[in-house]
Design a binder for this molecule. Sequence first.
Ligand SMILES: [Fe+2]
Length: 397
Amino acid sequence: MSSFQDKSFSNMEDLYPVPFPDDVPIAKLETISLNKLLSNNEVEAQRLFNVCKGSGFFYLDMMDHEIGRKMWEDACYACRSGQAVLPITPMTTKKAYKARTGVKVLDRGYQTGAVNDDGQPRDSEMFMVPQTEFFSNEPLGFELPPWLAPHEERFKNAMSSGNIVANVILSILEGKLELPPGALTNIHKLTDSSGDFIRVLRYPGTDLGAEIDPLRFPPHRDAVSIAILFTWLGGLQITDEEAAFAVPESSWRWVKPVPGTAVVNLGDAMEVFTNKLLKSGLHRVIKAPGLQRAHDKYSVLIVARPEDSTPMRSFSSPVIPEGTEEQKSAPIYSSIEWGHNKIKALQDFIDKLQSARAGKTENLERSWTAPKSGSGIDVLEGCPVGLVTHYRTKAEH
Ligand SMILES: [Fe+2]
């Protein structure tokens, strides 16, 4: 029996080796009940809508409904799979699982940054499993590499559960936005051709005295509709105070993992669809706080993105602000072009920052292709260390 089969869903204590410290600033997030959302509880639906118009981040209680309990269990099993393969699979084998070379990026493949002499990642590593390749109505001939293939059912289960939960949220939001039923849910189907994926991340434990690197993955917003995160140790941070282009270091707040809940955030796609009525949450991920930093940290992220051909423009409704003339005349990208352009701009910016800091160009083994016809993305140039980058498509200005 392999090690991942030994550790059961019912015994997750090892994922919480050290309590979350009580002397760090913690973000105050609302907890939304999945059970109440599924029961058409109007008060809870309004709470969800308010949160999505505010920080865009919330805890979703997965334990109060069968659908949520299944998703929590699926996510725990996906985490167990990551634990089983990431520390022991040779780096050359992991790196052979490549990201897509076309326009659909970051929905599959393995990624890491600098690698230590012992072959372990210095800061983090992750792999993505694409959703469309497993759920499309047409067979696409995709196969996971041998080191991940034995875990395929777990990833599929988690993505299937994630799509159900994402659509519960989207169906509430389309009602609150006074959109026709299906306006959002019909472009987030499990079988759609889209950039949906599950990602398993590992952040190796480090010496407690090691410096936290705030730029390993700088502040950003996600190029998705909805992101559902399961994590057992700290590291995710959001901010309560947002300036136009900079967030003071002191304003970052830790998101404390709460057993039985997912951390959900809206992404940039929802800002586009609602002309910024709903908010895409700014966040960053750094090393775990306090004593937790000494331990390997795993996270499981499941995202929903719009179907590939979806035009990325605001819906019209009585509650969605009308766009400016400039917005109306801006080019409209398809979801797949839009997502690719945003992710490429972010990754290019990370590479540039890291290269500038290292005084040399780091080979991060990107596999990006050039945007098709003008990226439509403005990325702030010369953003100094410790300040936030700010990404907006021209259409969103
Ligand atoms: Fe993110």
